[in-house]
Write a protein that binds this ligand. Structure first.
Ligand SMILES: [Zn+2]
Length: 514
């Protein structure tokens, strides 16, 4: 599709920020506060109709049909004013658009500034389609503008990250989402509050809501649908999903790791995080494979759980009333979808060592070949960094899945106890079915605590170390300290009390302190 503001050229990945999406006709098809079906019909009709030239013909109404703008960039301001006069846009919208256009006119010269202003213009307008970047840059080309009535939008500022959801809990959510002492076990009591906190993370600080024209009510529907499909397992439940989501949001927003990703990456990381264990039945892949479970058959024994989680994410998204990304172009959606699937599949521990090795290898070369930051507004950089960004998304998601190891002892210890109980429950099922009980899952002799020192040292630390190189604001020290402390605590407890199950050791540890 041609594009007024930001002609991105051809790319396999076809990653585009909001410019194209907001720009595309599909963007109007489903917009906030409007009937999607009605808009689809209107847009289809618009495609078939001949655009009308309204330039200079002030008597022509632009409130019906599909007006077409043909003229120089300089005349665009006049056209926008006409839209105001004809009530296609309101006064505040006009001012917003006018400011952006003025800025574009002033700064519309070269380099990043130009890109930025183009971006802002599209953010503020959501009006233009089907013209070329060069025409705008030159300020003298012809532009075709099909102008449906602009979508009613929620409160949106031109400044990044300033999208505010009208919600009393905003301050709390903001603090919660970057809280290093976040305790997921306090969640799940009021799912609706959790859902709103998750939705809030899509608005701040990256303003994904504004960038992708997301209807937060629809996003809320999707997250709620996911939360409902999380089962009441001891560990793999909604609270764990929230834990991983919060951890990754904290790493991106507070730790500064968001610099390494473009906006679609961040969208994919957040969506993948909240959906990465949806539908988990409390048994692992080996159990599914060994029992010939339907999921193992469906996915040919390859990451049956993770495949199911990813499928469930998109099933729920496609359900009526949940698809907050319906406005994306097909290419963009497929691109986003691929990222989410890759991220979720990367949480299969089966691939852990391979992923850790690759992570170490890549980070060890970062002096010669640094990971590139600030790719968000540069198409070429996005293309160049595609491989790195995709891998980083997967590594981040996998690290997020292990985040309980980096929480403070009180939180971590409880979560290990929960995980242990889930393991034991699987062991019970294996025993009842006459199967060999899996390692670590025999409640009469195993202990998750006994394996924690090894697990933290040999599996999690090698993942956390390279991960921390992408963080700042004291987070690396904090996470590393917590992990080391947790390791020492387990070692100390096991040494003092023996290889008791975590659920027995942890209370004994509390008594030790007293
Ligand atoms: Zn998980």
């Amino acid at each position: 599709m041609g594009n007024y503001i930001c002609s991105q050229g051809q790319s396999q990945e076809h990653e585009q920020d909001v410019s194209l999406r907001v720009n595309s006709r599909e963007a109007y098809a489903v917009s906030a506060d409007r009937d999607p079906e009605l808009w689809k019909k209107q847009m289809n009709a618009d495609r078939d109709s001949q655009p009308r030239d309204v330039t200079g013909s002030r008597g022509t109404s632009v409130t019906t049909g599909t007006p077409k703008f043909v003229g120089s960039f300089g005349k665009l301001r006049g056209f926008v004013r006409k839209c105001l006069e004809d009530s296609v846009i309101d006064e505040s919208y006009f001012q917003e658009l006018k400011t952006a256009l003025d800025d574009l006119g002033t700064h519309g010269g070269k380099g990043h500034e130009r890109d930025r202003m183009r971006h802002i213009t599209v953010m503020s307008s959501a009006l233009f389609t089907d013209s070329s970047e060069q025409e705008v840059a030159d300020g003298m080309g012809l532009m075709d503008m099909h102008i449906p009535k602009p979508p009613l939008r929620k409160k949106l500022s031109l400044n990044e990250g300033s999208f505010i959801i009208e919600n009393e809990g905003v301050t709390e959510f903001s603090a919660l989402l970057i809280d290093e002492n976040f305790n997921c076990r306090t969640r799940g009591l009021m799912i609706q509050m959790d859902v709103q906190a998750v939705v809030y993370a899509f608005s701040t600080p990256y303003n994904l809501v504004g960038r992708y024209n997301i209807d937060t009510a629809i996003l809320e529907n999707w997250v709620t649908a996911l939360s409902v499909r999380y089962k009441d397992n001891p560990y793999h439940n909604w609270m764990h999903a929230f834990d991983v989501f919060q951890f990754l949001h904290m790493a991106l927003a507070r730790g500064g790791a968001g610099e390494y990703f473009n906006f679609q990456d961040i969208l994919a990381i957040l969506c993948g995080a909240i959906g990465h264990d949806v539908g988990h039945a409390g048994t692992n892949n080996a159990f599914l494979v060994n029992t010939g479970h339907k999921l193992a058959v469906t996915y040919n024994d390859r990451s049956p759980l993770e495949n199911m989680h990813a499928a469930c994410c998109f099933e729920t998204l496609k359900a009526e009333g949940n698809n907050f990304l319906e406005i994306l172009t097909t290419k963009d959606f497929m691109n986003f979808r691929m990222k989410v699937i890759e991220n979720i599949l990367a949480t299969d521990m089966y691939h852990h060592f391979e992923l850790v090795d690759k992570f170490h290898e890549r980070v060890s070369h970062s002096t010669d070949s640094p990971f590139v930051k600030d790719t968000k507004h540069c198409r070429d950089l996005q293309k160049e960094t595609k491989e790195d960004r995709h891998f980083l998304m997967q590594a981040f998601t996998h690290m997020g899945d292990l985040c309980h190891c980096t929480r403070s002892w009180d939180i971590h210890a409880v979560l290990v106890t929960c995980l242990e109980e889930e393991f034991f429950s699987q062991g019970d099922r294996e025993k009842a079915a006459g199967l060999t009980i899996s390692p670590m899952m025999n409640r009469s002799k195993d202990s998750a605590a006994a394996g924690q020192t090894f697990f933290l040292d040999k599996l999690v630390t090698p993942m956390l170390d390279p991960f921390c190189t992408f963080l700042n604001e004291g987070l690396p020290e904090l996470l590393t300290h917590n992990l080391t402390n947790n390791r020492d605590k387990w070692a100390e407890l096991v040494k003092k009390h023996g290889k008791l199950p975590a659920k027995e050791l942890v209370p004994l540890g509390l008594l030790d302190i007293e």
